[in-house]
Design a protein around this ligand. Structure first.
Ligand code: NAG
Ligand code: NAG
Ligand code: NAG
Ligand code: NAG
Ligand code: NAG
Ligand code: NAG
Ligand code: FE2
Length: 465
């Protein structure tokens, strides 16, 4: 027995060694240590547009389930002004009007401007539209392009940004995304927008500055919103006890179109992708609205129509940094078996201010008594990507668990963004871009093979199995 035991132990050690040799990579790139500081209030990116009651903080997001509607939002400061959007397609002279709603809110001693939300519907696919807001006084013009009609082989390029904030590094991340030669058409934003809650009394002026900063991208292409912990703004010490108050008034999602009962979890279809957005900070246990919604949502995903199944959430399930370690664990326990069953292609999360890409792994065998609780390679499982490296004032997460876990394919503590470039129903090219590099440099990249149409092994660190 004793001998056999030692032999087994030795064998394990050898196997372990093999695994370490073939395991993931911790990047050797070390970012210059410098403080991450917010851009001051008088920065160019926060300039208030000139003119009486000029619309500011203009932002758009998908407005229905299939990509034929857009929600246009903006803020006016002097008076409510017109809540209409005038819009027309590039090829037509006929201008239309859509009317929306105006909301305001108070937070401690801050009073918001007039926040407008107007949904434009029945748009043509694959068409450039111009739109104007601020009708009657200072009118500002923008444009967007609708996605192509949904279909299995429709190429489409998503950008990925998380935990952006409004520091000088945030500005670099956004600039690198804009100047990436692979042009993102829609941003999948994985939560934590303004970081206003890091200011005294959650100074909501920093929600306004963030809105003006992000406008240069989000007024022209939709950002798909995921809610993060910095959207909670739960501050009982100053009498603010309604979670998500500033975020909910300012940012809208088309949740009703996917039969969701909450703006924080919903789905959209866009081109060849079905995107499910989950809420890390809303109840997700059994019997909760989010659980019931997801249980009904997953069987609806039609891979013949939308081959790519993408999930967004804020708190990552697989994260090997010593920050927010295991915070996503209880949601993983609830939903991971479904992700494997329905063959989710990729899960994007933020929260940890660094970058990490996992292998396809799952950890669903544990049942409290059987002790089977180690992640294993699983070709039916998603790749998990942490992209919380937008550059907010809290700085980088640099402390990693050692040794690097087997499931972790690549990790690096740098700010940046990523691109998920769908080519057809079988292939998508993914790349991660750190802010220190030239715009076209791919610091990490991966060919995704679709789990439904082309489920061949696409792992990057080939451990013998
Ligand atoms: C809100 O209260 C803070 C702290 O008392 C103060 O510094 C700030 O000027 C006030 N802001 C407004 C808009 O009254
Ligand atoms: C703003 O627009 C309204 C409605 O068109 C108009 O009545 C008002 O005079 C305008 N105000 C200014 C300062 O231009
Ligand atoms: C932010 O980036 C833009 C585009 O690169 C640049 O024009 C602007 O000056 C930057 N602002 C600050 C405060 O860094
Ligand atoms: C899935 O989508 C395809 C292509 O649009 C369609 O032909 C098929 O009927 C759909 N399947 C279901 C179950 O709705
Ligand atoms: C990294 O995190 C571990 C675990 O929390 C902690 O013990 C260690 O002191 C940290 N290292 C540094 C350099 O902060
Ligand atoms: C799908 O895209 C990949 C990568 O561009 C390409 O190699 C492959 O031939 C394409 N498949 C089809 C059927 O066109
Ligand atoms: Fe976060």
């Amino acid at each position: 027995m004793g001998f056999l035991h030692s032999l087994l132990l030795a064998l394990c050690l050898v196997l372990n060694l093999v695994f370490v040799c073939n395991g993931g990579r911790t990047s050797t790139f070390v970012r210059k240590v410098e403080k991450t500081i917010d851009m001051p209030l008088d920065s160019d990116v926060f300039d208030v547009p000139s003119g009486y009651n000029a619309p500011q903080q203009v932002h758009i997001t998908q407005g229905d389930h299939v990509g034929k509607a857009v929600i246009v939002s903006w803020v006016t400061e002097d008076e409510p002004g017109s809540n209409a959007v005038r819009y027309w397609s590039k090829n037509s002279k006929q201008k239309r009007l859509a009317k929306g709603k105006i909301v305001t809110y108070r937070f401690f001693n801050y009073t918001s401007g007039f926040i407008h939300h107007t949904t434009i519907r029945n748009l043509e696919y694959n068409t450039k539209y111009y739109y104007e807001v601020g009708l009657g006084n200072t009118t500002r013009q923008f444009w967007f392009t609708t996605p192509p009609e949904i279909g299995p082989d429709v190429p489409y390029t998503f950008g990925l940004i998380g935990d952006l904030g409004q520091s000088y590094d945030s500005n670099k991340t956004l600039s690198h995304y804009e100047l990436n030669p692979t042009k993102g058409q829609t941003v999948l934003f994985v939560g934590d927008l303004s970081y206003a809650d890091n200011y005294p009394n959650h100074d909501n002026v920093r929600w306004d500055t963030w809105g003006r900063f992000a406008e240069r991208s989000v007024a022209y292409q939709p950002w798909i919103w995921t809610v993060g912990n910095h959207e909670l703004d739960f501050a009982p010490e100053i009498g603010e006890t309604k979670p998500f108050k500033p975020y909910s008034h300012r940012y809208r999602t088309p949740y009703k179109a996917s039969q969701s009962t909450s703006p924080f979890w919903y789905s959209i279809k866009r081109a060849s992708a079905h995107i499910i957005v989950l809420a890390s900070y809303s109840a997700y246990g059994k019997y909760t609205p989010q659980y019931k919604w997801l249980e009904q949502e997953l069987p609806k995903v039609n891979r013949t129509e939308t081959p790519w199944l993408i999930v967004l959430m804020h708190s990552p399930w697989y994260n090997s940094y010593n920050y927010h370690y295991m915070e996503g664990e209880s949601m993983r326990v609830m939903y991971e078996p479904w992700f494997v069953k329905y063959k989710v292609d990729v899960v994007y999360a933020g929260h940890v201010h660094a970058y990490e890409r996992s292998e396809r792994v799952s950890n669903v065998a544990y049942n409290v008594v059987n002790g089977i609780c180690t992640p294993i390679k699983d070709q039916s499982a998603p790749v998990y990507i942490t992209i919380g490296d937008g550059g907010n004032l809290e700085g980088l997460a640099t402390n990693m668990t050692e040794p690097q876990p087997e499931y972790s394919a690549y990790r690096e503590a740098s700010f940046g963004h990523a691109i998920f470039d769908i080519k057809n129903r079988t292939h998508a090219h993914y790349s991660w871009h750190r802010n220190q590099d030239g715009y076209s440099v791919e610091a990490d990249s991966h060919w995704f093979f679709n789990r439904f149409w082309h489920p061949v092994d696409d792992s990057t660190t080939h451990v013998s199995h």
